[in-house]
Design a binder for this molecule. Structure first.
Ligand code: 7BC
Ligand code: NI
Length: 124
């Protein structure tokens, strides 16, 4: 199966938020929970200025593709500035977080090597 979707026109998925991650909202784009995909899943995140995807870890590894803005990546306690155009690899179970330190919305895609986002268990 081959499927094309567009972030701007996607209509089958809504934004999700949680009190745990202030100023953060996300949308699932490729996920076996609502399409016939498998092996990989993908979502898109927006972090408002000052917003914080706080330190967490999970057993699947993860990739970020930063498409707008700038932020501070927390790499298990070590901080690194990241910006539009950067890509980030996060090893399985590595603690990570991302805070928007800019004036623009920080936007990125995440990729998990999982069928679904819902199977990823988040730990602090
Ligand atoms: O955006 C969220 C919210 C749970 O997660 C994707 C990014 C991440 O690091 O797991
Ligand atoms: Ni993560």
């Amino acid at each position: 199966m081959i499927f094309v979707k567009n972030l701007k026109s996607v209509s089958d998925q809504e934004w999700t938020t949680t009190d745990k991650y202030p100023g953060v909202r996300w949308k699932l784009l490729i996920d076996a929970d609502f399409m016939g995909s498998s092996g990989l899943s993908l979502g898109f995140v927006e972090i408002a200025p000052g917003g914080d995807l706080t330190l967490h870890y999970h057993s699947p590894s993860e990739i970020y593709v930063i498409t707008n803005g700038e932020g501070i990546l927390n790499k298990s306690g070590e901080l690194e500035e990241i910006k539009k155009g950067d890509v980030v690899y996060i090893e399985r179970n590595a603690k990570h977080g991302l805070k928007n330190i800019g004036k623009e919305t920080l936007e990125f895609y995440w990729i998990f090597p999982t069928d679904t986002f819902s199977e990823v268990e988040y730990f602090n």
